[in-house]
Design a protein around this ligand. Structure first.
Ligand code: UT7
Length: 333
């Protein structure tokens, strides 16, 4: 699917939230048969944040959204809608957006959840942008929040090293003409479903004593298959964003790829001929936070003064489904 926005719409503020508890590679090596060296060289991850028991995605998402609203200088009651992007909702229902709405006091907003795995935030952002461009709503919050520890098998070294908990939020509204989201491309290929999934706990295989004993309520991943698809598709869709809009890679201010593995990110950046300093990187400190990787990496780049008005930014994501996509923005503030 390609974009067709009738008005200039973009991000006008960002926020983030991580739990306090830092878990290092050394801590993980005390849990499963792995080493700091293996994790660092194979993934680029040095540490991650994990929640304490009882904390849900809505808690992280609400805190990130409060920061985004404060940075925008507006109250929660000015929001028209909340799109909560997550693969780890607090519960099957009600939706996490409803819980966030209550926590931030967004008294006039409606909301819903969007799950496209690691592409959730990107799909949520393009959806929110289309909602605003249509004129139906004026101000939408897109919140990427995940408690990945809730679906990670603490005894599986293939996955326990990879993920962290966290949340990022952005405010989406009309911006100056010619700025904001210039283009996007969202894709899905469901034949990739077996390679990365949580087999039980849904309608086809409801949770039971057997599914829990078999560990089917945890993430199951065939890493190499996901890896090679992620490199190819993130690079291709990013290149498409540039080519379709006549932007030379050397004029790209910032490349923000989904933070799943530093080797995937580097390979995608290399195919775009981008130097490492123009690629956002927070995987080293926070690991893969799924729906939160893009908004937190953007927020941190803004805080570090790496983005100025008029800069071109490309988002790229790839995740379970398979789902993937890219977005080109011209920074609006
Ligand atoms: O965000 C959603 C999308 N997800 C991704 O994009 C993840 C994509 N995949 C990856 O990032 C990588 O495939 C992984 C990091 C998951 C794995 O790295 P890899 O280089 O593909 O390793 P591998 O699966 O081919 O495993 C290589 C070896 C195996 O041992 P043998 O069979 O060669 O003896 C694994 O058993 O590494 C072993 N291994 C480990 N060793 C130490 C796997 N996990 C670990 C570990 N510590 N944690």
């Amino acid at each position: 699917m390609t974009r067709s926005l009738t008005h200039s719409v973009g991000i006008t503020a960002t926020g983030q939230f991580y739990p306090e508890r830092i878990v290092t590679n050394k801590d993980i090596a005390a849990m499963v048969d792995t080493t700091d060296e293996w994790i660092t060289t194979r993934t680029g991850i040095h540490q991650r944040r994990w929640v304490e028991p009882g904390v849900g995605s809505s808690d992280l998402g609400a805190a990130a959204l409060k920061m985004a609203l404060a940075n925008r200088g507006v109250g929660a009651d000015t929001l028209d809608a909340i799109v909560a992007c997550t693969v780890t909702p607090d519960m099957m229902f009600p939706c996490t957006a409803a819980l966030i709405q209550d926590k931030v006091g967004a008294s006039k907003a409606y909301g819903f959840d969007l799950n496209a795995a690691c592409s959730s935030f990107l799909f949520g952002l393009s959806t929110a942008a289309a909602m605003v461009a249509s004129g139906a709503v004026q101000r939408v919050a897109v919140v990427g929040c995940d408690v990945m520890t809730s679906i990670m098998n603490p005894q599986d070294r293939n996955t326990v090293v990879l993920f962290g908990d966290g949340a990022g939020a952005v405010i989406v509204e009309r911006v100056e003409e010619g700025y904001g989201i210039l283009d996007f491309e969202n894709r899905v290929d469901g034949s990739g479903a077996p390679y990365l999934c949580m087999p039980a706990g849904g309608s086809r295989k409801p949770a039971s004593a057997e599914t829990v004993a078999a560990g089917e309520h945890y993430i199951h991943q065939q890493g190499q298959e996901v890896f090679k698809n992620a490199v190819r598709e993130m690079a291709e869709v990013s290149r498409l964003m540039l080519d379709r809009n006549g932007v030379d890679p050397k004029d790209l201010g910032l490349f923000i790829p989904h933070q799943a593995n530093h080797r995937i990110m580097e390979a995608a950046a290399k195919r775009l001929e981008l130097p490492a300093e123009r690629m956002a990187n927070n995987i080293t400190q926070y690991a893969n936070t799924t729906s939160a990787t893009l908004p937190t990496a953007l927020h941190q780049s803004l805080e570090a003064g790496k983005v100025k008005k008029g800069d071109y930014i490309v988002f790229a994501a790839f995740g379970a489904g398979f789902t993937w996509g890219g977005m080109l923005m011209k920074w609006a503030y």
